[in-house]
Design a protein around this ligand. Structure first.
Ligand SMILES: O=C(O)CCC(=O)C(=O)O
Length: 265
């Protein structure tokens, strides 16, 4: 059987900390996601569209966002899961999802950062699928990554910023990292990138006339434990997250990390 990710794609993921598979979700799926995006934005008039945290929870969630079932359906898409499985193994938990929609002309910057500093996963492991709903390119603030920065699973120093027009209030500030090494991940609608939790990434503001919407879906191997008491709620990144009541979904395989799948459902 041929695997969805080629050997060379898997190798690139492990070497660089990310990969863009040679695959795109069908146009109909993207049309559905476009409608879901408009509905999610309409449901949340007071939330910045870059801050649609836990949008996959189809109710007013405990992070103050009204979600939509389309994001949960997307998270279960077999073409995405098959590729995730190749990277993190057969036991897969969905634990997070955030819509990052940067409106035309005033889309916020996501400072370059490492995920996971406030994620309650032990041992820390997650692969994020970042799915493009719009064309995402240098002009409208596509995802940027520092290839290889995940190597050795190191935590890099971060500094806080008081600027208000940021999606996150912290950025990597460590002499071991040269942000000039960052590369842009340009995607067409339906394409997605997969990145490791230790990879340094972010994106520039969107000052163009074109919206840049994408959704990040977080998968952890079910061999890790989602420790709800580690940081129950946190505003450590500049906006509320609530890990104490965050629902988990075992999407494939078996739980091997003593995780709780009742809470939050
Ligand atoms: O959408 C972006 O520009 C940033 C996404 C991000 O930081 C993430 O997926 O963790």
């Amino acid at each position: 059987m041929t695997e969805p990710l080629t050997e060379s794609e898997v190798k690139r993921f492990h070497q660089n900390g990310y990969v863009v598979p040679d695959y795109a979700l069908p146009v109909e799926t993207i049309n559905t996601l476009n409608s879901a995006l408009e509905e999610t934005i309409d449901l949340n008039p007071l939330v910045r569209p870059e801050h649609l945290v836990s949008a996959h929870i189809d109710r007013l969630n405990d992070e103050g966002v009204r979600g939509h079932s389309a994001w949960l359906e997307l998270a279960q898409h077999p073409e995405i899961l098959d590729r995730i499985e190749q990277l993190i193994g057969p036991d897969i938990i969905l634990w997070g999802c955030q819509v990052f929609c940067k409106p035309a002309s005033d889309g916020m910057e996501v400072p370059m950062h490492q995920d996971g500093h406030y994620w309650p996963i032990q041992p820390l492991a997650t692969c994020t699928a970042w799915i493009a709903i719009d064309d995402s390119n240098v002009g409208n603030g596509c995802l940027r990554v520092v290839p290889g920065s995940h190597t050795g699973q190191r935590y890099y120093e971060h500094s806080k910023s008081d600027r208000e027009n940021l999606v996150l209030n912290q950025h990597v500030d460590d002499s071991r990292i040269d942000l000039d090494d960052a590369v842009d991940i340009e995607l067409h609608p339906g394409q997605f990138s997969l990145h490791d939790v230790f990879l340094i990434h972010g994106s520039n503001p969107n000052t163009s006339g074109k919206r840049r919407a994408g959704v990040a879906i977080r998968y952890m191997p079910a061999t890790s434990h989602f420790n709800r008491s580690l940081y129950e709620t946190s505003e450590g990144s500049g906006y509320l997250v609530n890990f104490a009541t965050r629902p988990l979904w075992l999407l494939r395989g078996k739980d091997r990390g003593n995780n709780n799948f009742q809470i939050g459902h």
